[in-house]
Design a protein around this ligand. Structure first.
Ligand SMILES: [Zn+2]
Length: 152
């Protein structure tokens, strides 16, 4: 690659030569060899390129300065913030419905139902049970609970 100006023969800056220029920045050479404005596609995002009419080196300089990356130039640049992917919420484990467990013993239920079938009221059941089977500790309230519960 030639690094000398095709117009005046002077050395062209390396950056400029890298950009493909074959002429220097001297006004005379610019006037003679500069073609029309170069349309440069600046890749600013993935969905589409923003087209700017500018000299390639100007664009390169701006890009190097971070202009296209950080500033919204109104040319379709993408905001820096990346949409946060929502963390999948762990499905709440359905709490197993605990079956209402009777708080009395089969022996208690047996005696209460036995007395109930004899026509005793819960109060009478409790009194009878206290006399006959005190260790079962059947109370009136318990008798009511047992008799109001569905038969197992
Ligand atoms: Zn020149």
């Amino acid at each position: 690659m030639s690094t000398t100006c095709i117009g005046c023969g002077r050395e062209i800056a390396a950056e400029r030569a890298d950009l493909g220029y074959t002429y220097c920045t001297a006004p005379a050479c610019q006037a003679e060899y500069r073609r029309g404005p170069t349309v440069t596609a600046v890749a600013v995002n993935k969905s589409g390129d923003a087209f700017r009419v500018a000299e390639p080196d100007e664009v390169a300089a701006r890009a190097a300065a971070g202009e296209f990356a950080t500033k919204n130039t109104g040319l379709g640049t993408v905001p820096e913030t990346v949409p946060r992917i929502p963390t999948p919420r762990r499905p709440r484990a359905a709490r197993p419905v605990r079956k209402a467990r009777p708080t009395w013993t089969p022996a208690q239920e047996k005696i209460v139902r036995l007395y109930a079938e004899m026509g005793l009221s819960p109060r009478q059941i409790a009194e009878r049970a206290r006399q006959n089977t005190p260790r079962l500790a059947v109370t009136e309230a318990l008798a009511v609970r047992i008799l109001s519960a569905p038969r197992r």
